[in-house]
Design a protein around this ligand. Sequence first.
Ligand code: FES
Length: 511
Amino acid sequence: MNEPHIWWYITRASALIAWALMTMSVLWGILLSTRVMRRIDNPAWLQDLHRYLGGLTLFMVALHMVSLMLDGWLQFSLAETLVPFATDFKPLAVALGIVSFYILLAVQGTSLFMNRLPRKFWKGVHYSSYAALLLVALHAGWSGTDVSSWWYRVLAIVLISVATIAVLVRIITGTKTGSARPVAREEPPSISAQAAPARTASHDTRTMVVSTLQEVAQGVLAIRLLPLGGVQLPVWHPGSHVTLHLPNGLQRQYSLCGDPAERTHFDIAVLKTEQSEGGSEWIHANLSPGMTLEVSGPLNHFELEPANEYLFIAGGIGITPIKAMIESLPERRKWKLVYAGRSRSTMAFLDELVERYPDRVTVHASDEAKKPLDVFALTKSATSQVYCCGPESLMATVSEYVPADRMHLERFVALERESASPAQPIEVTCRKSKKSFVVDADETILEALEENGLPVLGSCKKGVCGTCEVRVVEGKPIHLDSVMDDAEKDRLKVMYPCVSRAEGGKLVLDL
Ligand code: FES
């Protein structure tokens, strides 16, 4: 380091490299979230690259800050490097850079713990990287000493153009659908309008045409639905479900089981259940190609979180959301599927899955197996994220062996949950609408909301589908639904008013 200006060169070089890396990281993040490269991509390397670029950016920013302090000419102190407006040297420009550093730190830090943080919070912090990129561009333009150089200007134009185009692509291609639920459930007809759900995707209802119907297993119909006019469907992610509004007045939720990259149609599969309350029975008896149906969603409460390794356990028709998850994964991602059913003839998509993934799919057909599925053996040494969907008995058994932080369940029948004490009246305040009312002990919060002119879209009214999700501002809900873990609901500050109550008789909702 005999060169007197070495730190000055390092300061400039690290700043430019950090800017370029940050732009690439944001670009890669957008490619991941919009899935525009799904057909040629491999999300494994895209995801890894996104992470590495973010980490490298932070390293380069740290180098930039250290070299500023070591540079004998500028001689930034630690406080001037870390505290906005502590320096006399271009204070505003430097402050913008410092703020963008803290945003970057928050984005990287929360990404390390994304599986433990509320999804909405993590996303909010992650979105702030767009603001950081803008601040960096301003910081570079105001404080960069090479601004008058032609090569610097060309680089700046390229980086700003790439960032702008990427953000526009993100806006145009839409946002990620947030939720997911059931497979094939039977519920009574339901309500009406919509009340801002806390974390979900599309509650839009659109008219769709039944394109094809195909029996893919004994009692299971695969149905393809096309939007009228051939418009592009909203972006959705594996685990999502849609609600069919049947002509007989019933609403039913079905998991999307196709490739999430396909935006031209929805694929679902419907099992004709023995105890049908009129949903699956009607579909099997009446649905035919060319018919139109109103379809809402998709919503998602069964999201596939990023992980290095997955173990999927599907029972019967529970294969539908799992199939969409498998479709979405890159070839190199490690995963295994254990697919259980009464017999091979009743297991939808079995041949296709076994043929495509012979080394990854394990089949357990009860009529040919000599012993019950050994869930303990399957899960005892697993360190992967476990996604399970199927009969309640299967999910209960899997839950016994897999720690809660690696367990992801998709229920399609309500758990029998009761409050420890008899239901009490609840004083409900709706913050946005400034309405307060008392919910009697013998009515649901969902019913009371509708009576008081705040109808919330509901479907199952049994606490299974997740459609009626509302945000809780104050109060402690008594969760009596089966949508997801109670701890997760508390972290997300949501509740399902079709069945849930509140401790202490008071509740403030974000409605
Ligand atoms: S309406 Fe289905 S969870 Fe409330």
